[in-house]
Write a protein that binds this ligand. Sequence first.
Ligand SMILES: Cc1cc2nc3c(=O)[nH]c(=O)nc-3n(C[C@H](O)[C@H](O)[C@H](O)COP(=O)(O)O)c2cc1C
Length: 148
Amino acid sequence: MKAVVLYDSAYGNTRRIAEAIDGSLEDVAAEAIQVPAFRPGELRAGDLLVVGSPINGWRPTPIISAAVEALGPDQLEGVKAAAFDTRVRLFVHGDAAGKLSEELRRRGAEIISAPQPFFVKGTEGPLVAGEVEKAAFWGRSLLHAVGL
Ligand SMILES: Cc1cc2nc3c(=O)[nH]c(=O)nc-3n(C[C@H](O)[C@H](O)[C@H](O)COP(=O)(O)O)c2cc1C
């Protein structure tokens, strides 16, 4: 089994979360990959795919949505998946992780965790204190969810 943490990031905050998740996946061949460097053929049944995006205009960024929408059942069959986003703490912030999670499920992946939000203090960050540690904890919980 290997793990791919696929993410988009304009200011580096989502990248830091993706790298913390990647680093927490001990004993697994894990890699954090920023779109568009991702190649769908890299996934096999049994692998773990974690997808993360900043919320932009209440939804995932167009480039990460396109990367997920390019995946078909042939790539996602048997793949375990989870999604996260970064967002500001607003009353109405929209959602990216839930939309990505639903899209992954619709395309054949097995969703193994509730969508996970991480918070930034403003458009360019920084991350709210404790979010990197929360990301590492969430990453380890994904390993438990796949039985490792
Ligand atoms: C064009 C644009 C639209 C945004 N829209 C939202 C939004 O709808 N909801 C929200 O919570 N944050 C919104 N944000 C803030 C981003 O979530 C924030 O910039 C992001 O989490 C930073 O992550 P990054 O450093 O990985 O790019 C927006 C930011 C930009 C630049």
